[in-house]
Design a protein around this ligand. Structure first.
Ligand SMILES: [Mn+2]
Length: 335
């Protein structure tokens, strides 16, 4: 599919700068096209489950670099920054366009974190009065939905080379079930988002957005690395992950694990099972914030790269050894 670079960049910039949520016709059009795309991806990239739907696991190309992007949490500026970042062979968006680069976002597009703490307090006052006034919550939703609309635009433009995993914040219904848990940290983020969407966009929209979230993949196999949103809670096989739609606990196990919650040996067992014989292999994730560029767990094999204060990326190239101090960068600091 031919993608118009200038046109796409212009649309992305527009979405990055909107002070409101994107226009309804854009949201509906994206949901109508991207969810079906996620349910029937190229089976070489995302093997099908027994029902013939795309499974939970992506298998990356081995001939081009992979850019791993940690939790976005409404950071539209981070999205634009990494799309414009020169990864060594030109800007990232151009690499996607030329089919020379693939991107994996580890999930969590929704809910601004600490930098939005004050606004969450203001928005909570609005929520307490049933969003009779809603200026602050509108701005929060502009950030969260803006990021995800940019994700959908990129997925639709580069279906085989752009991927976004489901994080625990991709839970617009704020559900408590096998795969998801409701969320509240700086306020009642999960409940506030759900109510805002029900009031201003409606129940059908809420259902459509939830369907989109649940069609997202949850796990990546690269040539020398694996990725999921969080550290795996316990071992899951290739077959189990592909069949993730019929056992929703697998989604939970790969997206909610806190530090020191993973069963000992899980990361190593999964690296051995998915990448047998590969030396110097790593499992990347986001979810729990780190200081500086990265932190390792699981005997140095699990690598956390989510620092909310910085713009961290990991760039794995097919012909270069994975040296964590070389491949993990702060693109903002780089200029
Ligand atoms: Mn998370």
């Amino acid at each position: 599919m031919a993608v118009d670079f200038a046109g796409l960049m212009k649309t992305l910039e527009r979405m990055a700068n909107l002070k409101t949520i994107p226009p309804r016709e854009i949201l509906d059009d994206l949901l109508d096209t991207v969810t079906p795309l996620l349910n029937s991806e190229n089976p070489l990239v995302r093997p099908l489950d027994r029902e013939g739907l795309s499974g939970g696991m992506l298998i990356l190309r081995q001939d081009i670099p992979t850019l791993i992007i940690p939790d976005l949490h409404g950071r539209r500026d981070f999205m634009m920054d990494f799309l414009n970042w020169n990864y060594g062979s030109g800007p990232v968006l151009e690499g996607l366009l030329k089919d020379e680069l693939q991107i994996v976002c580890v999930g969590d597009g929704f809910h601004t974190e600490k930098r939005g703490a004050q606004r969450w307090q203001e928005a909570f006052q609005e929520y307490a009065l049933a969003f009779k006034r809603h200026r602050h919550m509108d701005r929060e939703m502009a950030d969260s939905m803006g990021v995800m609309v940019m994700v959908m635009l990129l997925k639709r433009s580069f279906p085989d080379n752009f991927h976004f995993l489901k994080g625990n914040h991709e839970n617009i219904k704020n559900e408590n079930n096998l795969s998801d848990r409701s969320f509240g940290k700086y306020a009642y983020e999960g409940a506030m988002v759900r109510e805002w969407v029900e009031i201003f966009l409606g129940q059908d929209f809420l259902n459509d957005w939830s369907d989109f979230e649940n069609a997202l993949p949850i796990f990546v196999q690269g040539d020398r690395f694996l990725i999921s949103h969080a550290e795996p809670l316990r071992f899951h096989s290739r077959e189990e992950i592909i069949e993730y739609r019929s056992d929703r606990t697998i989604t939970f196990d790969l997206s909610w694990t806190g530090n020191d919650q993973s069963e000992p040996g899980t990361v190593e067992a999964m690296l051995n099972a998915f990448l047998p014989g590969v030396v110097n292999s790593y499992y990347f994730g986001g979810h729990r914030p780190v200081q500086n560029l990265y932190l390792t767990r699981a005997g140095g094999r699990y690598v956390q790269i989510h620092n909310p204060e910085r713009e961290i990326v990991a760039l794995v190239k097919p012909d270069e050894e994975i040296d964590l101090d070389m491949i993990i960068k702060d693109i903002k600091q780089e200029g």
